[in-house]
Structures are given as C-alpha cells and as structure tokens.
Design a protein around this ligand. Structure first.
Ligand code: GLY
Length: 346
C-alpha cells in the first residue's frame, strides 16, 4: 500500500493506494458515521460495508443537485449525526462530490472520507478537495474546496466497473500524463493488453503516479488561482461536449484534449511528432470521436464555463509531453480554431 499526503494550509488528506477497501473500518470513528453510496455500489459491495447506517442515492449526475443535499442533510439529522459525525462515501465521482459537499456544509462542516470506486475518481476527481453539485445542466457550479480525511483507492474495485466508465477514467489518466508525468504516457503506450484487462498492480502504480502529480499541484494551489488550472487540460471544449452530448466526462475530456493538442501544435508549442503521438494514444484507446457540434453551440457552451473571466478563458495548452502551459485567450479565438478544424477535417 502506498500513501500520499496532500498538505494544504487548513488540512492534511491521506490518499491510500493499493489498500483493500475493507480496511476503511480502521480509519473511522466508532460512532456517528453515516455511509453514503449509490444503488449500483450497494448491490455489488453492500454486504461488506462497515456496520453503520447507509444512505443510498441514485447513480449518475441526476443526484448532483442542491435539493439532494437538503434531503441528505435531513437524513443525517434523523440518524442523529452531530458535529462529531463523519460521512463515509463509497462510490465514484458523483457520490464523492455529493458526500464531500454535504460534509462541508452540514452543521457548518463535519469530517468525511472516501472509498473511491471508479478509475476517474481514483486518478483525479476524489483527490484535491473539489466538492459540489450542478446547477441544472451546468456542472459543479455550487461547491466548496474541502479535503476529505482520507481517500482509499483499491484497484480491485475497478474490475466491476462498466466498460464505458473504465475507458472514461483512462482519459483522465492520459490527461495527467500529458500535463505532468510523461512516464504515465509511456506506460499507457507500452502496456495496452494489461491496461485493457485491468491489471490491478499496474493500475495501482498508475493511480499512484497520477495522484502524486495532482497532490503536488493541489498543495501549491488548492483553490485554483494559478497552477491548478493545468488540471483542466481538455476541459474547456470537453465541458461543452459533455453538456451538449451528455457523454461520460472522460470521453468529453478526450475530445477536448484532441482539440487542445491540435491547437497547441498550431501555435508551435509542440512538435508534429508529439502531436501525432498524443492523437495516436487517444486513438489506441478509442477515445477520438467526432462530436458533431456547430461552432455557435460550442461558443455558447464555453461562455457558460465557470472558469471564464468576461469573454476570456484560461486555456490549457500542452508544451511537450508531460508539460502544460496556460494562456488567457478570448473565447472567440478558441471557437475560431474549432471552426477551422471542422472545415479542414483536422
Ligand atoms: N479535476 C480538476 C481538479 O481537481 O482541479
């Protein structure tokens, strides 16, 4: 088992990778714990949950609503959870986002910890303390920065993930490799069969490298006022695709990374070989899809992005494999590049 500590001004968060999730009982207080999970996870693992009251939500984005937080706070009250209480999330991105947000506002804040069950949440979403719910269709508009006490990443749990969930998580892993750890890219290129067969140890090592990089970024810039923006590589166009097409987050981010890679090449931030290598890797994992969207629609959706400042946005480019670079750009420059890609079939 490997441990990474995320050290921020107000908290310490321990990320435990390769641990068996059942060991979570050792990290919990004896009383005052409520477990939050979704129907799918409860069906798969519920029999082995620690012996605390369980609250079950529906899987998927529809549970990421403010009304859900109100409902869950009522459940916690009924279960007698007070200020010394603890919320244990057992789930993927949605469950952890909801649990983290609930914990950060319930009684002005109680402790929480996560057993992170999807690849996407293990490599990215469950570490770093972003919590929140959506506002209608727009993602994560209402939320907090609040670190969990711990996150357990048990890669044996990834075996039960639906195929599309798993592939969506691989896209976020590729993202971390591209912005910060070139060795992740080398491993993904050279170990396709083991990745596709979800080799537990190889995945534990990749999750470790991804979290190690992210922990370093979050420790320097928890609240995303600078460096942390690089974690949004592929997310500007990705969020537009996700909103419009309703595809899983990772597939949308992959589309965004493809566009951002071509954009980086057009600005000479990367060489042709690097551009081809990145697009080649996305193709290898079947992560390049043509989401047919008009430039006007893309513009409208990017203007909804919460990272936008006026008509400008911090756009994340790639400046070599394993290196990111952020430039503030007018939204129209991004849309013009998108239009150009469409018209030239790039
Ligand atoms: N998923 C991007 C971040 O945590 O900042």
């Amino acid at each position: 088992m490997k441990r990474i500590i995320i050290n921020t001004p107000d908290s310490l968060s321990a990320i435990l990778i390769g641990a068996r999730w059942e060991a979570v009982t050792k990290l919990l207080p004896q009383n005052g714990v409520a477990v939050l999970t979704d129907n799918n996870l409860y069906k798969l693992y519920g029999e082995r949950f620690p012996g605390y009251p369980v609250i079950i939500i529906k899987p998927g984005e529809e549970s990421k609503q403010l009304s859900m937080i109100e409902k869950l706070a009522g459940e916690l009250m009924k279960k007698g959870i007070d200020r010394t209480g603890f919320i244990l999330a057992i789930g993927g991105g949605v469950v952890c986002d909801v649990a983290g947000f609930l914990a950060s506002v319930y009684l002005r804040g109680i402790k929480c910890g996560y057993v992170s069950t999807s690849l996407l949440s293990q490599v990215d979403a469950s570490t770093g303390g972003k919590t929140g719910v959506n506002l209608g269709m727009i993602k994560n508009v209402i939320g907090t920065f609040s670190q969990p006490e711990f996150v357990i990443c048990d890669t044996t749990m990834l075996r039960t993930l639906p195929e599309d969930e798993y592939m969506s998580g691989l896209a976020e892993l590729i993202k971390t490799g591209l912005i910060g750890d070139k060795t992740i890219i080398d491993t993904l290129e050279n170990n396709y069969p083991a990745i596709i067969s979800r080799d537990r140890d190889l995945l534990a090592d990749l999750v470790y490298r991804s979290v190690r990089f992210k922990a370093g970024v979050v420790a320097k810039d928890e609240k995303e006022s600078g460096l942390r923006r690089i974690l949004n590589f592929g997310h500007t166009f990705g969020h537009a695709v996700e909103l419009h097409q309703g595809v899983k987050h990772g597939f949308a981010v992959a589309a965004g990374m493809e566009l951002a890679t071509l954009f980086s090449y057009s600005k000479s931030f990367i060489k042709k070989e690097e551009c081809e290598r990145i697009i080649g890797l996305l193709k290898k994992y079947n992560l390049t899809k043509d989401f047919k969207m008009s430039a006007g629609k893309v513009r409208k959706l990017i203007l909804h992005d919460k990272k936008k400042a006026g008509d400008e946005i911090h756009f994340v480019f790639i400046a070599g494999i394993g290196k990111a670079k952020v430039n503030k750009l007018p939204v129209d420059e991004i849309v013009d590049f998108y239009r150009h890609c469409k018209s030239t079939n790039m």
